[in-house]
Design a protein around this ligand. Structure first.
Ligand code: PEP
Ligand code: MN
Length: 335
């Protein structure tokens, strides 16, 4: 739409688009509004090009990539996703920190205090854990979600936790500020669709063998159902290299920033699997243009019930934050 298109003109275009059997998604940017039309082009009579002459329309532009609503073209300035009192996207970086799993009230409260003091913006903690072995600790489930919520409220940080099963969605929507879809569920399309029917911010992790185009198509499932609040997370992929848990794909950061308006966060904890590599790769991610970081932090990593080797102690996390601030400023961002 033209920069000064009226609300009536926008609504009229939505009506015309729907009449042509496309779904219309209104995307409101800072400068202008885009009406994204998704559907199959089935011959002349369904063509959208004649809408170019309608009042308020600037131009009709085909998006040739397979992902439509996620495409950079529909929001060139980039999306900012509000999560409680935090925001992901924009000049300021967002840091999500906390333990891999909520293990007890004492543990999550200590983690919350530590990450808040160091300057994190969101608190994380898994309550439903996707473990490779069914004999490993599976998480505190409902109780874990509630402990995380209480800890987050006390220190004033919005909370992020992983959803594995669509049946838990009501519980999760009520008690968490952002829902993580883990690498193993990255292409669980029924879960993605279900999340798309809420307005809850979603932290969508890249699957361990998901190509970037497939990753954006997974995001598209959420967007197409009407939930625009999606943040992407690069967390490392499987390669032939076994010296590290995963290979953190930092190519993904600038490439995703070219392809999509969605914010991109990097998780060097799962990306490396080794606590000593987390700070250097976090700094590299910020230098590469990430909009935020996801860092696993535990008050006593040596006793952690999951992902102990990659979790940072509270003092190491505090040092990471200082270094991140310096790199952020060097590349025109802030913390
Ligand atoms: C996690 O965040 O603790 C997690 C299980 O991550 P991923 O899905 O990336 O393996
Ligand atoms: Mn973990």
């Amino acid at each position: 739409m033209k920069a000064h298109a009226t609300e009536d003109e926008i609504q009229e275009i939505v009506r015309l688009v729907e009449q042509l059997d496309y779904s219309a998604h209104i995307i409101r940017g800072v400068e202008r509004t885009v009406v994204a039309c998704v559907g199959e082009e089935r011959g002349e009579q369904h063509s959208l090009t004649h809408l170019e002459t309608a009042p308020g329309v600037e131009r009709v532009m085909p998006v040739l990539r397979s992902f439509k609503l996620a495409a950079r073209e529909v929001r060139p300035e980039g999306s900012r996703i509000k999560v409680g009192n935090a925001e992901i996207g924009g000049k300021k970086l967002a840091v999500i920190a906390g333990p891999c799993a909520v293990e007890s009230k004492e543990q999550v409260e200590a983690a919350a205090d530590g990450v808040k003091r160091a300057g994190a913006h969101l608190l994380r903690g898994g309550a439903f854990k996707p473990r490779t072995s069914p004999y490993s600790f599976q998480g505190m489930e409902d109780e874990g979600v509630r402990l995380l919520e209480v800890a987050g409220k006390r220190v004033g940080l919005p909370v992020v936790t992983e959803i594995m099963d669509p049946h838990d969605i009501d519980l999760m929507v009520e008690h968490a500020d952002m829902l993580q879809v883990g690498a193993r569920n990255s292409q669980n399309f029924s879960l993605l669709r279900r999340l798309g029917r809420t307005r809850k911010p979603v932290l969508l992790k890249r699957g361990m063998s998901t190509k970037l185009e497939e990753f954006l198509m997974a995001a598209e499932y959420i967007l197409a159902e009407g939930n625009p609040n999606v943040v992407l997370c690069e967390r490392g992929i499987r390669t032939f290299e076994t010296a590290t848990r995963n290979t953190l794909d930092l190519n993904a950061v600038p490439l995703l920033k070219e392809w999509t308006h969605l914010p991109v966060v990097v998780d060097p904890s799962h990306g490396t699997g080794m606590w000593s590599l987390v700070t250097p790769m976090a700094l590299a991610a910020v230098a590469a243009g990430a909009d935020g970081l996801l860092i696993e932090v535990h008050p006593h990593p040596e006793t952690a019930l999951s992902d102990g080797p990659q979790q940072l102690k509270l003092n190491v996390f505090a040092d990471l934050m200082k270094s991140v601030r310096a790199v952020a400023e060097a590349v025109g961002r802030s913390l």
